[in-house]
Ligand binder design. Structure first.
Ligand code: NAP
Length: 334
């Protein structure tokens, strides 16, 4: 397992991060414990959850599992949403969003559920149009100064939202976002246009979510066939959005390389994300111990340039005007 700095910080995170979103939902606690144990046994030190996953049960389960080894784990969680919105229940107006009041209340609940007195990486789950970013950054800065939070990150921000936040932090000398958690995989490459170049330029660590496309890039989905009944894409009705020609072309390329190397499809998909420049760690998910075992096969796996090129070609975004990409990806002049 390789350890990398989270962006410009001195914090070292394992190349794979275990996403705990399934815990308390489709993965019971006993299975979750086996998944975490195996991940840590193989050198993993980075776990990601959120206050709203399984209405708080994900944080509770994660907290119980890592309680006796808290010091060796880098624990990331998130704030912004309220679980009631996923349950169709009413949400009191001050129990959602990135106001000072909600952040300060919610961090205490997360600390309690996680059974810890500090969170290593506290992330805002997405932008809040109803709160000034200055208010949010000041509240997060207070948490860092109090020691309740060690580092801060953002998730699902657009490029302008991230840049605006960094500017506010720099202007007022407040803690800066150290990482961004965006969706990124071979079938979701939009962040390559604006967000990845920005993160590299500003030295913000990138920790992608859904690197397997929620399971699409694992080999269990077939063109022209219905998705397996127990799969997430079937249960969450995401199938229609993903079953398109470009994604199948991409999947075929991943499967070809997997077959040539005698590796699992998921391993190749994870390795591709892991090898993109600026990636600090790849947040994968697993519903079962078998899936976890397969995905952990990607530890240390590095693809050859010809393989990266093949995957790049199969999954490429629509072309832009000539030179646009190059203009965005130049390193920072220092
Ligand atoms: N910031 C955000 O907004 C955000 C959003 C989503 C996720 N996340 C974070 O990112 C983590 C990972 O996201 P994700 O779960 O969407 O990632 P993913 O790795 O793309 O998908 C994981 C899912 O794919 C299927 N799968 C995984 N490995 C498999 C294998 N080897 N063979 C067959 N199927 C396999 C499983 O679903 P089924 O078996 O049920 O089909 C599993 O739950 C989450 O736990 C969470 O921490 C963050």
């Amino acid at each position: 397992m390789e350890y990398r700095r989270l962006g410009a910080t001195g914090l070292k995170v394992s190349e794979l991060c275990l996403g705990c979103m399934t815990f308390g939902r489709e993965t019971d606690e006993a299975t979750a414990r086996k998944i975490v144990d195996r991940f840590i046994d193989l050198g993993g030190n980075f776990l990601d959850t959120a206050n709203v996953y399984a209405a708080g049960a994900s944080e509770e389960i994660t907290g119980r599992i890592i309680k006796d080894r808290r010091q060796s784990v880098v624990l990331a969680t998130k704030v912004r949403f309220n679980a009631n919105i996923f349950l169709g229940k009413p949400v009191p107006p001050n129990d959602i969003g990135l106001s000072r009041r909600h952040i300060l209340a919610e961090v205490e609940r997360s600390l309690r559920r996680l059974q810890t007195d500090y969170i290593d990486l506290y992330q805002v789950h997405s932008w809040d149009f109803e709160t000034p970013i200055e208010e949010t950054m000041r509240a997060l800065d207070d948490l860092v100064r109090q020691g309740k939070v060690r580092y801060i990150g953002a998730s699902n921000f657009t490029a302008w939202q991230l840049m605006k936040s960094l500017w506010v932090s720099d202007k007022h000398n407040l803690a800066r976002f150290d990482s961004l958690q965006p969706q990124y995989s071979l079938i979701s490459r939009e962040i390559e246009r604006e967000i990845l170049p920005l993160c590299r330029y500003e030295q913000v660590g990138v920790i992608p979510w859904s690197p397997l496309g929620g399971g699409f890039l694992t080999g269990k989905y077939r063109s022209g066939q219905k998705p397996p009944e127990e799969s997430r894409l079937a249960k969450m009705d995401l199938w229609g959005r993903l079953a398109n020609e470009r994604n199948y072309r991409t999947l075929e390329a991943v499967e070809r390389i997997a077959a040539e190397r005698g590796r699992a499809v998921a391993e190749i998909a994870l390795a591709w994300v892991n090898q993109q420049p600026g990636i600090s760690s790849v947040i994968y998910g697993a519903r079962t111990t078998e899936q976890n075992e397969q995905n952990l096969g990607a530890i240390g796996l590095r693809l050859e340039q010809a393989e990266l090129d093949e995957l790049d070609k199969a999954s490429a975004l629509a072309p832009e005007y000539p030179g646009a990409m190059q203009a965005r990806t130049q390193p920072r002049a220092r």
